[in-house]
Design a protein around this ligand. Structure first.
Ligand code: PEP
Ligand code: MG
Length: 571
C-alpha cells in the first residue's frame, strides 16, 4: 500500500484497477532477414490487427461522440489500406532484406517528411495521419500495447502523466471511474473536463505513473486530493463508506435543484455552469444550473480533422439553446491556443503559447474561421437566450473589431431573410490584467463582463497555470486579484451592466464569500459545484460580508485574506 497527495480536481471517490495511458516506447534494431515472405506475413498481421482496432474505435467514437469525431479514424483506415504506402514497405522487405520494423519506419519517415514539407494544409494533415497509423502498426509489430482510451470497456482508473483535452474527451464515464495524473493543476483543462464528465480526479501527484503497475488496484479521492495504491481491506471499507457519505450529501444538495440562489439576507445571485459540448447540458440541468455562463466552443473544433462547418456549429449551438429553454447561455467564440491545440489550424509553434497568437488574436486574423462561427451563433440566436462573449480581449480595438464583424454578419443574414434575435448581449472575458485595469472604459461599450480567473491569475502573477513549480504563486486570494475583480465589478455596476465569473475561482468555496462581498452577479462553475455553492450561499449574509469589502481589499497577502474570510464565516 502506498499513498500520495495531489490536487483534488474533481469530487468523488473511485475504487478500481489502473489503466495506464502511455505512449509505448517503439525502439527496434534494424536487422537483415533471410525470409522476406515471413516478414511480410508479420507486417500483414500487424496491419490486420490495426485495422480491426481502428474499426472498433471508429464505431465506438461514432456512437459516443458523433460523426465528426469518428472521421479522424476513417482517415486513419484509408491510410492503412493505401497501397501507395503499403507496397513500398513490402518492396523494401523484399529488395533490401530488412526486417518489417525497419522497412515500415523508413517508408513512413520518407512520406511524412514529403507531406510535411508541402505547402498544402490537406497534405500536411496526411503526414499526421501517417504518423499516427504507422505508430499503431509498429506497436503491433513490436507486440507492445498501444493505449486506446476510447476502447476501455471495463471499470478502471486512468493513470497518465497528463491527459490532453482530446484524450479526456474520449473517456467513457461508464467505465472510467476516475483518473490521476503526474502533472496539472485545478485549472488545467484535463481537470476542468473531469468535472464536466463528473468523474473523480486527482492531478499533479508528480509520481503516480512511476508508482503503479498493471492490475494494481487504486483509490482516487477527488475530495481530498489523495491516491492510495493497493489499499488494504480496511482502507477499502473506509473509502466505500466515504463514497456512500458523498452520495448522501449529493442527495441533500439535490433538494435545492430547482430553487433560485439567495443569500441568508435575501440577496439573489445567479449560479450558472461551464460546458464544453451540447451533451454537458444534461448535467447542467440535473445540477440546478440557472444558465450556461461559459460554453467553451473550442471542443467543437478539437478532436476533429477539419474545421466544423457553419451548419455543424449552428446545430450544436441551437441544441444547447433549445435544451436550456429561456435560461441564458453565454457562448464564447473560439479560444484556440495556449494548451488547446487544433492540428488542422496550422498554428505557429511559439516560445510562449499562452502569450502568443491565440483566441481573439487568431480569430481576427483568420476571418475564414471566425465569420462562420459568428454566423452560426447569430442563426442559433433565434432558438433561445443567447449571449456572445469574446475571449482574451486585451484592448478596446479588439472588442470593437470583433463586434463590427458580428454586426456585419448579422446584417448579411438579415438581408437574406434569416431570423436573428434582436437582443443578443455581447460581452467579453476579462482574463488579461490590462482589461481589468481599464474595465471602466470597457464597461461603456460591452454588455457584460465574465472574469476568467484561470488566465487572469496566471497573467497577473506571471505564473503558468500548468506549472507545478510555480503553483505556489498561482494565488486566487491574492489581494492583487481581488482588487482587479473588484475593479471589474464596480465598473460594470457603474454602467448598469452585470459582471460574472467563469474561471474556476467562481466555484471555490473559499472564494465564494469574497466574491459575494464584492458584489459578483453571476457565478459560473463546473455543474457539480452548483448545488454545494447554492447551499453555501444560503448560509452567507451578503450585507455583512460587503461591509468588510474595503478591509479585504486592503490586506497585503493571500494568507491574510483567507484568515479574515474564515474568521468572518466561522464567527
Ligand atoms: C474560463 C477561462 O477560460 P479557459 O479556462 O478556457 O482558458 C479562464 O481563463 O478563466
Ligand atoms: Mg481563459
Amino acid at each position: 500500500m502506498k499513498k500520495m497527495n495531489g490536487i483534488a480536481a474533481s469530487s468523488g471517490i473511485a475504487i478500481a484497477k489502473v489503466y495506464e495511458l502511455k505512449e509505448p516506447e517503439l525502439n527496434f534494431e534494424k536487422s537483415s532477414i533471410d525470409d522476406p515472405g515471413k516478414e511480410i506475413e508479420r507486417l500483414d498481421s500487424a496491419l490486420e490487427v490495426s485495422r480491426k482496432e481502428l474499426e472498433k474505435i471508429k464505431e465506438h467514437t461514432l456512437k459516443e461522440l458523433g460523426e465528426e469525431h469518428a472521421e479522424i479514424f476513417s482517415a486513419h483506415l484509408l491510410v492503412l489500406g493505401d497501397p501507395e504506402l503499403i507496397n513500398p514497405i513490402k518492396d523494401k522487405i523484399n529488395d533490401d532484406k530488412v526486417n518489417a520494423e525497419a522497412a515500415l519506419d523508413e517508408v513512413a519517415t520518407m512520406f511524412i517528411g514529403m507531406f510535411k514539407g508541402m505547402d498544402n494544409e490537406y497534405m500536411r494533415e496526411r503526414a499526421a495521419d501517417i504518423h499516427d497509423v504507422t505508430k499503431r502498426v509498429m506497436s503491433h509489430l513490436l507486440q507492445v500495447t498501444f493505449p486506446n482510451p476510447a476502447l476501455i470497456d471495463e471499470q478502471v482508473i486512468v493513470i497518465a502523466r497528463d491527459l490532453t483535452p482530446s484524450d479526456t474527451a474520449q473517456l467513457n464515464r461508464e467505465f472510467v471511474k476516475g483518473f490521476a495524473t503526474d502533472i496539472g493543476g485545478r485549472t488545467s483543462h484535463s481537470a476542468i473536463m473531469a468535472r464536466s464528465l463528473e468523474i473523480p480526479a486527482v492531478v499533479g501527484t508528480k509520481e503516480i505513473t512511476g508508482a503503479v503497475k498493471k492490475d494494481d488496484q487504486i483509490i482516487v479521492d477527488g475530495i481530498e486530493g489523495k491516491v492510495i495504491i493497493n489499499p488494504t481491506e480496511e482502507e477499502i471499507k473506509v473509502y466505500e463508506e466515504k463514497q456512500a457519505a458523498f452520495a448522501k450529501q449529493q442527495a441533500e444538495w439535490a433538494k435545492l435543484k430547482d430553487e433560485p440562489t439567495f443569500s441568508a439576507d435575501g440577496e439573489q445571485v445567479e449560479l450558472a455552469a461551464n460546458i464544453g459540448t451540447p451533451d454537458d447540458v444534461e448535467g447542467v440541468l440535473n445540477n440546478g444550473g440557472e444558465g450556461v455562463g461559459l460554453y467553451r466552443t473550442e471542443f467543437l473544433y478539437m478532436g476533429n480533422s477539419e474545421l466544423p462547418s457553419e451548419d455543424v456549429q449552428f446545430e450544436a449551438y441551437k441544441t444547447v439553446l433549445e435544451k436550456m429553454g429561456d435560461k441564458p447561455v453565454v457562448v464564447r467564440t473560439l479560444d484556440v491556443g495556449g494548451d488547446k491545440e487544433i492540428s488542422y489550424l496550422d498554428m505557429p509553434h511559439e516560445m510562449n503559447p499562452f502569450l502568443g497568437f491565440r483566441a481573439i488574436r487568431f480569430c481576427l486574423e483568420n476571418e475564414h474561421v471566425f465569420r462562420p462561427q459568428l454566423r452560426a451563433l447569430l442563426r442559433a440566436s433565434a432558438y433561445g437566450n443567447l449571449k456572445i462573449m469574446f475571449p482574451m480581449i486585451a484592448t478596446l480595438e479588439e472588442f470593437r473589431q470583433a463586434k463590427a464583424l458580428l454586426l456585419e454578419e448579422k446584417e448579411n443574414l438579415q438581408k437574406d431573410g434569416v431570423e436573428v434575435s434582436e437582443d443578443i448581449e455581447v460581452g467579453i472575458m476579462v482574463e488579461i490584467p490590462s482589461t481589468a485595469v481599464i474595465a471602466k472604459q470597457f464597461a461603456k461599450e460591452v454588455d457584460f463582463f465574465s472574469i476568467g480567473t484561470n488566465d487572469l491569475i496566471q497573467y497577473t502573477m506571471a505564473a503558468d497555470r500548468m506549472n507545478e513549480q510555480v503553483s505556489y504563486l498561482y494565488q486566487p486570494y491574492h489581494p492583487a486579484i481581488l482588487n482587479l475583480v473588484n475593479n471589474v465589478i464596480e465598473a460594470a455596476h457603474a454602467e448598469g451592466k452585470w459582471a460574472g465569473m467563469c474561471g474556476e475561482m467562481a466555484g471555490d468555496s473559499t472564494a465564494i464569500p469574497l466574491l459575494l462581498a464584492l458584489g459578483l452577479d453571476e457565478f459560473s462553475m463546473s455543474a457539480t459545484s452548483i448545488l454545494p455553492a447554492r447551499t453555501q450561499i444560503l448560509g452567507l449574509n451578503k450585507k455583512e460580508l460587503a461591509a468588510l469589502k474595503n478591509e479585504f481589499l486592503s490586506l497585503s497577502t493571500a494568507d491574510e485574506v483567507v484568515a479574515l474570510a474564515e474568521k468572518t464565516i466561522n464567527k
